[in-house]
Design a protein around this ligand. Structure first.
Ligand code: TNX
Length: 518
């Protein structure tokens, strides 16, 4: 009897597995833990086995495809111990290959979408643009076991469940902000963050480069901004700044991961670092002392002096030269000591200066008090009236509601890092909001996307950045990418739990929220 059962089990296994079964079960693609959740997934009862003989193919002459293919190989090689090769071919290379195809023939996939078909013979990736190929690669990495993220060789087999995925983002702008002014983070730390963002298909990194406590980007025509203005930070530590070369290397690193860097120079308030560095920028003609506290709203550029606008032109000219993307962020928030009759013409003029550099303006929602130029983007953080004023002028919004999307808010009352002025933001609170219904009167067409913001008054190093960012960031990424009808906390939290293993493999210092069964 026992023997009969065993024989039966053996034959059942053969029938169920067909020819694709290996020593490990291949899994079911429809039960994946991909974040952000793709638009559509269908599973097939087969799987692709990645081996040392697998070859990644792109079509001839497509340098962008080749770069994405090489990115994939570089990600697969360390944990698999393989040395995967990228080659070119015109025609379908057939069995045992990953075939990356880029053509413009898939209108529904847009600029960032992709299509992926996984069979036991081949993985075929299709997109209109390199960004779509790159996002397909991120998805592919997520359907491999978490140990693929290990930096040292792990045991296979490396099975990829079969089926198809068709995927594209809901919003064009999916961002994160990092405040490098209150505390400085060096270019390696920023690059680490960029790598993590790319895994979740985020495409904008907004760097808050100047505030009362520090000026962090070298401006060759105004060198004291960094020499003096960059020399400290909150708490009185040594601060720091990016040379233009370092900054350019961040921009390039991000670009290779399809992330645009948006530089912000906050003004007319939040400018003490500049006011301390150049006496001329003050109405009094005297420079201020450096500031290492955390108050806001006490500083202002002198809006009535012509040299202020010369200064802004010089800064934006140098910054525009370092910015391949479309936007320069002018801040504009909490200018409590600038009179409204000075603030409005100031913001109007600064938008013109940005335009003269061939860029578009982005600003915090406070700038809606001014006359917004066509194409100016406003970032909603606090006041609903400002969001409404902005859209009444035809401007589009980026949503960063402080009570939902501020990564510097504590998770709960026991979180030691962070602030709580906008409330506690647990992992479910961060996830369960819908851009389209957040602000009454603001609808889909008014919204370009969302951005989660990490202010750094209390955050001092990469470990602390990781703790505040993870695990909330994947949730924001999903809000930006996945249509709202496919999002639910109950279902999402199971996928997120699975990502805990990836965070561990990557050595990320993440908050183990009790709301998730890690
Ligand atoms: C408000 S949000 C600010 C920042 C602070 C942040 C702290 C915004 C436009 N201004 O200056 O760092 O709160 O959460």
């Amino acid at each position: 009897m026992k023997r009969q059962i065993r024989t039966l089990a053996f034959f059942t296994l053969i029938i169920v597995c067909g020819f694709s079964c290996n020593t490990a079960t291949p899994g079911d693609l429809s039960k994946n833990s991909i974040i952000p959740r793709p638009v559509s997934v269908t599973a097939a009862a087969e799987s692709f086995r990645l081996t040392g003989k697998t070859i990644i193919y792109v079509q001839p002459g497509q340098e962008d495809s080749k770069a994405v293919a090489q990115f994939l190989a570089d990600r697969l090689n360390p944990a698999t111990g393989m040395n995967l090769q990228v080659k070119e071919t015109m025609n379908d290379p057939g069995r045992g290959t990953i075939f990356i195809v880029m053509n413009e023939e898939n209108p529904s996939l847009g600029l960032e979408g992709y299509d992926m078909k996984i069979s036991n013979k081949q993985i075929r990736i299709l997109a209109n643009k390199p960004a779509g190929l790159f996002y397909a690669v991120q998805t592919l990495l997520q359907i491999l076991p978490a140990k693929i993220e290990s930096g040292t060789v792990e045991e296979g087999p490396w099975l990829i469940p079969g089926g198809t995925i068709r995927d594209y983002p809901d919003y064009a702008y999916r961002g994160m902000m990092l405040d490098v002014a209150r505390h400085f983070f060096n270019s390696d730390e920023v690059k680490t963050l960029i790598d993590l963002m790319a895994r979740y298909k985020l495409n904008q990194l907004h760097l808050h480069l100047a505030d009362d406590q520090g000026w962090r980007i070298e401006i060759k025509s105004w060198p004291n901004l960094t020499v003096h203005g960059g020399s400290t930070q909150v708490g009185g530590g040594p601060g720091g700044f990016y040379t233009q070369e370092e900054y350019a290397s961040i921009v390039k690193y991000a670009q290779n991961r399809f992330i645009a860097i948006i530089p912000e120079i906050d003004m007319p308030g939040h400018t003490n670092a500049a006011l301390a560095s150049y006496a001329d920028l003050n109405c009094s003609g005297k420079s201020t002392p450096l500031y290492t506290g955390t108050d806001v709203g006490f500083s202002t550029l002198c809006t009535s002096k012509e040299i202020t606008y010369q200064f802004i032109s010089d800064v934006f000219r140098e910054l525009a030269g370092l910015t391949p993307g479309s936007y320069i962020h002018i801040g504009g928030d909490e200018s409590h000591v600038t009179k409204m009759e000075d603030y409005i013409p100031f913001i109007n003029r600064v938008q013109e200066i940005v335009e003269m550099q061939g860029k578009k303006t982005m600003g915090w929602d406070d700038i809606a008090a001014a006359t917004l130029k066509p194409g100016t983007l406003t970032q909603h953080w606090a006041r609903i009236e400002n969001a409404k004023k902005a859209i009444a002028q035809g401007a589009r919004l980026i949503l960063s509601p402080a009570s939902k999307a501020y990564l510097d808010m504590k998770y709960n009352s026991t979180t030691t890092l962070g602030l709580k002025w906008a409330g506690y933001i647990e992992v479910d609170t961060a996830y369960t909001w819908n851009p389209e219904t957040l602000i009454p009167g603001v609808s889909r067409k008014d919204i370009l996307g969302i951005e989660a913001a990490l202010w750094s008054e209390t955050v001092t190093n990469l470990d602390e950045i990781e703790f505040m960012v993870f695990p909330r960031l994947p949730g924001y990424a999903e809000i930006g990418w996945t249509p709202s009808n496919l999002r639910s906390w109950e279902e999402y939290k199971v996928r997120l739990a699975d990502h805990g293993k990836r965070f561990e493999a990557l050595g990320i210092n993440f908050y183990r929220s009790a709301k998730v069964k890690w």
